[in-house]
Design a protein around this ligand. Structure first.
Ligand code: AP5
Ligand code: MG
Length: 214
């Protein structure tokens, strides 16, 4: 099963992708997490990506596509995967399409987690992220068991650099300009499904499972 998560920044793509990955035992691949891990480790790729991420801009397609295609070619992806934050532009979607097409394969579902802009800024300011294992929490809605500490790996939780309100507004603009057109792209392929992302996270997940098991 090959799944793409679509949705605005903060819609809950990562939260749901992790739940899907756990239930169906497929890898969760987040280009944002890959970039953040590289920034944390001070790699050249990380330094390059950070220039764009800190401004709420997209990392150039060329770089992003290379990383993603390398990742999905790994052995653990043979049985499928859930992509979170990729594709984010029409050219990225086309490259993925072509790469899968060469293998006689295609995306099974593109799930749009729909959340209006006004809910987004509030969610982002409350988000806390673990930069070690990628887990995500929310100070009100999804708190960790121990304040400021990751339940999974015990690392300290941080506010992401790009979650400052002014950067979030920029990310939303970039989303509407460059990523939202993917909704029509996948709709035309007949694989688009939409879920109401304003529900609680378990209800959003139940809606997704209902789609995947229909
Ligand atoms: P990325 O890491 O993908 O960020 P994003 O798309 O902006 O999305 P987020 O991770 O911020 O949100 P999410 O939808 O995963 O929500 P989450 O589950 O955390 O990308 C970051 C940057 O990297 C980009 O800006 C770009 O620069 C670069 N990049 C990445 N991929 C790229 C690509 N393909 N091309 C070019 N550049 C790329 O949830 C948000 C919060 O809400 C959390 O606190 C969570 O706990 C809470 N929450 C989740 N669900 C619910 C719920 N149902 N109810 C209440 N709260 C909830
Ligand atoms: Mg995310």
């Amino acid at each position: 099963m090959k799944i793409i998560m679509l949705g605005a920044p903060g819609a809950g793509k990562g939260t749901q992708a992790k739940m899907i990955a756990a239930k169906y035992a497929i890898p969760h691949i987040s280009t944002g997490d890959i970039f953040r891990a590289n920034i944390k480790n001070g790699t050249e790729l990380g330094m390059e990506a950070k220039k764009y991420m800190d401004q709420g801009l997209l990392v150039p397609d060329e770089l992003t596509v290379r990383i993603l295609l390398d990742r999905v070619a790994q052995a653990d992806c043979a049985g499928g995967y859930v992509l979170d934050g990729f594709p984010r532009t029409i050219p990225q979607a086309q490259v993925l399409d072509e790469a899968l097409g060469k293998l006689g394969d295609s995306i099974d579902y593109a799930i749009d987690v729909n959340v209006p802009d006004e809910n987004i800024v509030k969610r982002m300011s409350g988000r806390r992220a673990c930069l070690t294992c990628g887990a995500t929490y929310h100070v009100e809605h999804i708190p960790p068991k121990k304040e400021g500490i990751c339940d999974n790996c015990g690392s300290p939780l941080v506010l992401r650099d790009d979650d400052k309100p002014e950067t979030v507004l920029n990310r939303l603009k970039v989303y509407h300009d460059q990523t939202q057109p993917l909704i029509d792209f996948y709709s035309a392929k007949g694989v688009l499904r939409t879920v109401d992302g304003t529900q609680g996270m378990d209800d959003v997940f139940a809606s997704i499972v209902a789609i995947l098991e229909k």
